[in-house]
Design a protein around this ligand. Structure first.
Ligand SMILES: [Zn+2]
Length: 480
């Protein structure tokens, strides 16, 4: 509700903007006049404030070598941009999704998922250049003035502290809605700027369309179900290839080739975590296991399970009921229960199973919410277990919710405890071979098409002796 009215207000502001007024400045990266509602200092403050939220939500990939490498490369490319003096900061997130994004002020994030898909340093340089382009062109600041400004700067804590305080875990799980969506024009501009920066740093521009080709193949292979996140907010990769090839052809000849860094990059990938890290939670059917914290919980049959670093939960097929598990901020169940019921709009109902309470809440729009909440001590941690739905649906979901909340228990079965993520291994081919022979001799725990995409090769391609290839090993999960 609040978000919508904000959008309308800033939309009107956009219409009445007439360049030439004092808020307009010339953008050095794009050469365009731009309405700037925010000073550079404000822009930096936004990115800086969001940084701890982003890191808490996704987690940093726990490998200092990777963090240093990506940050150093990012700094080098950003130094060639029109805004070299921003406090450029680059982080690798511990996330399996293929994603990269930029916050205002020069705060850039890439996932380990996207790193595993690159086949050269120049491919990474092109994506870093693209994200740097969003910052230098001030796309995120512009989008932000049209979107949830206040929320982004202040982050989840602020969003959750208002109407959604008791459901903070859900707010955290929905963090993506706070992410900025750029227009197609913004994306084209970021591609052009990325190309500019990578070539200024002497990288081979032909590696940029390779990245789009990889995304194109991922999209083809997955249908609609597993489109990489980076893709969903970006133009069709096939179109991007054609467009960027035209730009490359226009570059002066001395810029048309350069550093690629294929083998050195692939060697770095050795040991990189691939796919989900089951140590941080995984589901088999409707049972959720968390080996690192040694607990398990059964969610209602047929509900969609969502696992985020700060919350795990399940949502009903109609998306009108939730069960959410988060860590409580308090140290005792008594203090946590008291804090939960502190807001005026939440009233406790009867007790259930000793430590759980029914509750009624009134949403900001006046709607009624009914739910059950409880706090469970497990090892050194205190968990908040909450289930809720609209007042009218409680009779329908109540039983399933109670069964689910009551199922939280210690995970002690070694079969589900002893799991490990898949990782990348790098193979140097001892002789020429067909791709089909490679996957036979060096079997991966992912399907053949995925191996081909990860390696940027065709499934009927011949591979030359000495070529470095990615193999995915391990990561198998027990079945029920
Ligand atoms: Zn982009």
């Amino acid at each position: 509700m609040k978000i919508r009215s904000q959008k309308i207000a800033t939309g009107i502001l956009g219409v009445t903007c007439l360049c030439g007024l004092s808020g307009c400045t010339l953008n050095a990266a794009t050469g365009e006049r731009q309405l700037t509602l925010f000073s550079e200092a404000q822009e930096i403050a936004m990115g800086r404030q969001a940084e701890p939220e982003v890191l808490a939500t996704f987690g940093e990939y726990p490998n200092q070598e990777w963090q240093t490498y990506v940050n150093d490369l990012g700094q080098e490319i950003a130094a060639t941009s029109e805004r070299p003096d921003l406090p450029w900061t680059f982080h690798v997130l511990d996330d399996p999704l293929v994603n990269a994004f930029a916050y205002p002020g020069g705060y850039i994030y890439v996932t380990r998922g996207i790193l595993g898909h690159f086949n050269s340093e120049a491919e990474l340089a092109s994506v870093l250049g693209h994200e740097i382009g969003h910052v230098t062109a001030r796309h995120s600041v512009e989008r932000m003035s049209q979107q949830q400004l206040a929320q982004l700067g202040l982050g989840i804590a602020a969003v959750a502290s208002e109407d959604f305080r008791p459901y903070a875990g859900y707010a955290a799980a929905g963090l993506q809605v706070l992410f900025l969506k750029f227009s197609r024009d913004d994306e084209r501009q970021a591609d052009d700027l990325g190309l500019r920066y990578m070539t200024r740093d002497d990288y081979d521009p032909e590696e940029m369309p390779n990245v789009f080709r990889t995304f194109d193949r991922m999209q083809d292979a997955s249908g609609q179900s597993r489109i990489p996140d980076w893709q969903s907010t970006h133009p069709n990769p096939a179109d991007r290839v054609g467009r960027i090839e035209v730009q490359i052809a226009r570059l002066p000849p001395e810029m048309q080739d350069g550093k690629i860094g294929r083998d050195s990059y692939l060697r770095r990938l050795e040991g990189l975590t691939y796919g989900i890290d089951p140590r941080a939670g995984y589901a088999v059917g409707n049972v959720f296991y968390h080996p690192d914290m040694a607990f398990q919980m059964t969610f209602p049959e047929g509900w969609k399970i969502v696992n985020q670093r700060q919350a795990a939960g399940a949502i009903s097929p109609n998306e009108d009921a939730l069960v959410v598990l988060t860590l409580a901020g308090e140290s005792t169940p008594e203090a946590a229960t008291q804090a939960f019921f502190a807001p005026e709009n939440i009233q406790p109902g009867g007790r259930w199973r000793g430590s759980f309470y029914n509750f009624n809440a009134t949403g900001s729009d006046g709607s009624t919410i009914r739910g059950i909440v409880g706090f469970v001590k497990h090892r050194d941690a205190l968990f908040q277990l909450v289930a809720y739905t609209g007042g009218d649906s409680f009779s329908q979901y109540g039983d399933a919710m109670r069964r689910s909340l009551a199922s939280f228990t210690t995970l002690s079965n070694r079969r589900y405890l002893d799991v490990h993520p898949a990782r990348v291994e790098i193979i140097e081919l001892p002789r020429d071979m067909a791709f089909s022979e490679f996957v036979q001799r060096y079997p991966s725990s992912v399907d053949t098409t995925t191996v081909a995409i990860l390696n940027g090769v065709g499934e009927d391609e011949r591979l030359a002796k000495g070529r470095l290839m990615k193999q995915i090993v391990g990561g198998e999960l027990p079945s029920n």
